[in-house]
Design a protein around this ligand. Structure first.
Ligand SMILES: Nc1ncnc2c1ncn2[C@@H]1O[C@H](COP(=O)(O)OP(=O)(O)OP(=O)(O)O)[C@@H](O)[C@H]1O
Length: 266
């Protein structure tokens, strides 16, 4: 489904600020894989998502989605294949447009500019049904401006928009990190339901070790631009935070000292 082979990225090459963010990454995702991605600050998690989405060019290697080599595609062309949700609830939706207008815009993704923006009757019903499933009461506020929504409601809407036209790949970049714990849990539950219902191939970056264990069928950990382990299937389902800490120590040769990750331990 997604195939990354030998991908490296160095920022500010040849300057005093040179930083190798990714070092020869190999990663293959099967159709329907829901992979959680964990790692300390600066480990390379966002960079790998940016490489896949085409925000920056890769230095070497290649990226395939199904049989399509997307390595040289510009970002806009990849966005037809990829849905993405960011940490910031202000991104991904248009605040001064109505909920239903935002959904209509998302529903036209990949169909060019020729289509009229008007919302069709059957679309309205479909939006209402999808919003009802979120259980946030948004189905009764379809003509409200998105700017009036809370952060959690906005992230749930962004998630719906990113998956309305089923993407080949869904990228979630710490999409619950800016929410309070209760709201984050709700948005993660919605994420799980959407991903499972559509069998979406998903990469979800998180700082929260427990969430990385709870969600998905596979977990990978980044450290200093490399994938240091990849756990799946039964091994993943039995995993505890203490196992993750031990595996980190075995792979890196020292105890984990990353505060952000350790805060999510208990
Ligand atoms: N646009 C950029 N220009 C220069 N350096 C960058 C850029 N983007 C990332 N980096 C550097 O690359 C390294 C990896 O960063 P990245 O954002 O991928 O880490 P991360 O694992 O997502 O960390 P965090 O959890 O802190 O977001 C870091 O040292 C970072 O400073």
């Amino acid at each position: 489904m997604l195939k990354i082979k030998g991908v490296s990225k160095t920022f500010n090459m040849g300057t005093v600020n040179e930083k190798k963010a990714l070092n020869k990454i190999d990663l293959q995702l099967e159709e329907g894989d829901f992979v959680t991605v964990i790692g300390g600050n600066g480990a390379g998690k966002s960079t790998i998502l940016n490489m896949i989405a085409g925000v920056y060019p890769i230095d070497c290697g290649y990226i395939y989605i199904e049989d399509e080599n997307i390595s040289l595609y510009p970002e806009y062309k990849r966005s037809k294949l990829i849905g993405r949700v960011f940490q910031d609830p202000m991104m991904g939706t248009a605040a001064d447009m109505e909920i239903q207008e935002n959904l209509a815009m998302a529903n036209r993704r990949g169909f060019g500019r020729g289509l009229k923006w008007g919302i069709k009757g059957n679309e309205k019903e479909m939006f209402k049904e999808k919003l009802r499933k979120l259980e946030l009461g948004l189905e009764d506020r379809m003509s409200s401006k998105v700017g009036l929504l809370s952060g959690g409601q906005r992230q749930a809407l962004t998630l719906l928009m990113a998956t309305l036209q089923k993407p080949k790949l869904l990228l979630l970049d710490e999409h619950t990190a800016a929410l309070d714990p209760k709201t984050a849990k709700k948005v993660l539950q919605i994420t799980k339901e959407i991903v499972e219902a559509d069998q979406l191939t998903t990469l979800m970056v998180t700082h929260n070790m427990k969430d990385a264990i709870t969600y998905g069928n596979r977990l990978i950990m980044f450290h200093e631009g490399e994938i240091i382990f990849d756990i799946r299937g039964e091994e993943k389902s039995k995993l505890k935070v203490s196992d993750l800490l031990q595996m980190f120590e075995n792979a890196v040769g020292e105890e984990m000292d990353n505060d952000t990750l350790l805060l999510s331990k208990d």
